[in-house]
Write a protein that binds this ligand. Structure first.
Ligand code: MG
Length: 171
């Protein structure tokens, strides 16, 4: 059984995952507006993934006999300086999410809530991946600097996100 305060913390985090989805969708919309369809595609898939994270929290709260309460999602930023600035912000955001997941995990441990610890372990692992992926793109964008040809090539490369998964599964 979830404690009342931990249930509230899980509902709060459910909102945070929706915020992540909303933030990445806003980044996608901005990338569309400056004609970078590949960056937009990458961000849209990222937004879908964050919605799935939110729904995992939704499901977990219900499975534990808890009550899901949807909280207000803050408005994400709508304007960004450049693709490089977007990915720097995405990385900083993932680092914040890592801290939040860590805090939830510490609380679950303090409450000896083993089911929540096991559930959260997937997210501890997930955050390692999220930070790694975002840092790799940030590093590439730093190398690219103001080389527009290289920037367009990276846009084309990120347009293939998702395609490698489906081709790998059919191989
Ligand atoms: Mg997430």
């Amino acid at each position: 059984m979830l404690s009342q305060s931990f249930q509230e913390a899980l509902n709060e985090h459910l909102k945070q995952e929706w915020y992540s989805s909303y933030l990445y969708l806003s980044m996608a919309a901005y990338c569309e507006s400056i004609n970078f369809p590949g960056f937009a595609h990458w961000m849209r898939l990222q937004a879908d993934e964050e919605r799935e994270h939110a729904m995992s929290f939704y499901r977990f709260i219900l499975d534990r006999g808890g009550r899901v309460r949807l909280l207000a999602i803050p408005q994400p930023p709508t304007d960004f300086a450049s693709p490089a600035a977007i990915f720097e912000q995405a990385l900083a955001h993932e680092q914040e999410v890592t801290t939040m997941i860590g805090q939830l995990y510490s609380r679950a441990t303090a409450e000896q809530d083993h089911a929540s610890q096991v559930f959260l372990q997937d997210f501890v692992r997930e955050q390692v991946e999220e930070e790694k992926t975002a840092s790799e793109i940030v590093e590439t964008l730093r190398m690219i600097g103001d080389n527009n040809v290289a920037l367009l090539m990276l846009d084309r490369e990120l347009a293939r996100r998702g395609a490698e998964v489906s081709s790998a599964s059919t191989a």
